[in-house]
Ligand binder design. Structure first.
Ligand SMILES: C[S@@+](CC[C@H](N)C(=O)[O-])C[C@H]1O[C@@H](n2cnc3c(N)ncnc32)[C@H](O)[C@@H]1O
Ligand SMILES: [Zn+2]
Length: 288
């Protein structure tokens, strides 16, 4: 039997889940057509790309997250940078969805897709994973590397989904839009946000500026509390050992180095830092 193409696998995931979508332009319901398009009742049409993702962002966005950054991020990830975090996230999600027939999980700001793919791979085959990100290069890499999930270029401030769609919403080191997130989450759904803590990459932050790309969203624990009845937090801290190659990739992948002078980048590259501290808070919002 001929193996089905990656694009075909992604098309099947879309066809099976067409009812989850709503048009990002007019908010009407959508259908996945045989010629591989998501089309709404008003005929706004979005093609499945050759690589297997759909661009549902009505306007083109240029982001600083480019191909080089996502490739660097992938090298860091495959070397285990996120492993302890992912293990904990997987356990939290699994506990939540294990009794559900066909759970739906979205990663808002899914980047190059590996977090969602890793978590969903540990859950039942009936799980639907949806990754959205505004950075096309990330979504393209995700669609190629992790077929069988739904990969969308979409703005998390205009989520192209029906109300009450997802059992779990992940939001890892990415901006949030609480009004949209709570709209598309089921009332009994679980929101899981990961934010960097004080010691996150402190060895690099002493070289670069401290506050590059701090997201101006107020205190995320308080914000989560405004939208969910129950908020729990867990801190997770570990060391990630570096060699010269990983140090270079880490500098490329992190927004910390954006706008930094050549001198700063050079001194970071020559710093021979043996390990960096990874320090996150996991914020879990539910309506229990
Ligand atoms: C630091 S990266 C984290 C990516 C991934 N979650 C990870 O941990 O590797 C932040 C991501 O948020 C995405 N992002 C920023 N604003 C967005 C928006 N309005 N809608 C969708 N994605 C957005 C960026 O494109 C980027 O991929
Ligand atoms: Zn429409």
């Amino acid at each position: 039997m001929m193996a089905i193409s990656k694009k075909m696998m992604n098309a099947q995931a879309l066809a099976k889940n067409e009812h989850l979508f709503r048009c990002p332009i007019c908010s009407l319901t959508m259908e996945f057509k045989e010629d591989a398009r998501l089309v709404c009742e008003k005929n706004h049409s979005f093609d499945l790309s050759r690589q297997g993702y759909v661009n549902l962002a009505p306007q083109a966005h240029v982001t600083k997250y480019d191909k080089r950054l996502f490739e660097a991020r992938k090298t860091i990830i495959t070397n285990g940078f996120f492993d302890p975090l992912l293990e904990r996230l997987t356990a939290l999600v699994d506990e939540r969805v294990q009794n559900k027939q066909a759970p739906t999980i979205i990663d808002a700001g899914s980047g190059e897709g590996s977090h969602l793919a890793s978590i969903v791979s540990k859950l039942s085959d009936a799980t639907t994973g949806v990754g959205i990100d505004l950075a096309k290069e990330g979504v393209l890499a995700a669609a190629k590397d992790y077929p069988g999930h739904i990969w969308l270029v979409a703005d998390l401030a205009n989520c192209p989904f029906q109300d009450d769609t997802f059992d779990v919403m992940l939001n890892i080191l990415s901006p949030a839009n609480y009004a949209e997130f709570t709209r598309v989450l089921k009332p009994a759904g679980m929101f899981v946000k990961v934010v960097p803590e004080n010691d996150y990459l402190k060895q690099l932050r002493t070289i670069f500026y401290d506050d590059a790309e701090r997201q101006n969203e107020g205190n995320p624990v308080e914000r989560t509390g405004e939208y969910f009845n129950t908020v729990k937090t867990e801190r997770i801290t570990y060391d990630f050992p570096l060699n010269q190659m990983l140090l270079e990739k880490l500098i490329q992948m992190t927004p910390l180095s954006w706008g930094a002078s050549e001198d700063k980048i050079k001194s970071a590259l020559q710093s021979e830092i043996p390990a960096v501290t990874v320090d996150y808070t996991i914020i879990i919002g539910t309506n229990e």
